[in-house]
Design a protein around this ligand. Structure first.
Ligand code: SF4
Length: 174
C-alpha cells in the first residue's frame, strides 16, 4: 500500500512511522500545518521534520503555505477552532493523496492523547468520501510515550504547545 502520512510534527511522527514500516507499508510524509504561531515556531517545526526525514530516510513532501492572517480573521475561532484546523489540513491531505496516486492517507495527529481523536477520525472519514481515497485509521496513542522517547534519543525539537495562536497564548498564560 502506498500511504501518504500527514505529519503534524517530527516527534509525533516517530512512533507511527516505526509501526507502519513494520507492516511493510510504503510511506511518504506530507508536512502541511499552516497556522502554527509564531512564524519562528512554524519554521522550527518544519525544519525539524526535514532533520527527521534525513535521519530516518523518509521521503517528505511539503506544502509550505503559511496562512495565519486568514486564520486570525476567522469568526468562529473561539468556538470550533480545532474543527477548522483539522478540516483545513485533512482536506488538503486527502485531495493531495488522490491527485498524486496514493492508495490511502493518514495523520500522525492520531498518536497524541492531547488531540481530539474522535473528531480527527470523523473528519478524515468525511474527506475520504469526498475525495474517494481510503483513510487508513489506526489508534497510535498506545505508542505516544515510546514515540516521545525516540524523539528525545534523536534530539529532535519537542514543542510545548499544540500550534495555533490560541494554544500559544494558553501556554504562556499558565
Ligand atoms: S489547539 Fe491545536 S488542533 Fe486545535 S486549533 Fe489550535 S493548533 Fe489546531
Amino acid at each position: 500500500m502506498k500511504l501518504l502520512m500527514h505529519m503534524c510534527c517530527a516527534p509525533c511522527s516517530t512512533y507511527p512511522l516505526q509501526l507502519l514500516r513494520s507492516k511493510d507499508i510504503e510511506i511518504t510524509g506530507l508536512f502541511y500545518n499552516p497556522n502554527i504561531h509564531p512564524i519562528d515556531e512554524y519554521e522550527m517545526r518544519l525544519n525539524t521534520v526535514k532533520q527527521f526525514s534525513k535521519l530516518v530516510n523518509l521521503d517528505v513532501k511539503y506544502i509550505d503555505d503559511y496562512m495565519e492572517d486568514k486564520w486570525l480573521n476567522y469568526k468562529g475561532l473561539e468556538y470550533d477552532r480545532c474543527r477548522m484546523c483539522y478540516s483545513i489540513r485533512f482536506e488538503k491531505v486527502a485531495k493531495y493523496a488522490f491527485e498524486n496516486g496514493y492508495d490511502a492517507f493518514t495523520t500522525t495527529l492520531l498518536v497524541s492523547p492531547y488531540q481530539k481523536h474522535d473528531l480527527i477520525k470523523e473528519l478524515c472519514e468525511m474527506y475520504s468520501k469526498k475525495y474517494n481515497i481510503l483513510f487508513y485509521y489506526e489508534d497510535f496513542r498506545d505508542g505516544f510515550r515510546e514515540g516521545q522517547k525516540i524523539a528525545k534519543e534523536l534530539k529532535l525539537y519537542r514543542q510545548k504547545y499544540c500550534g495555533c495562536i490560541i494554544s500559544y497564548n494558553e501556554r504562556n498564560n499558565k
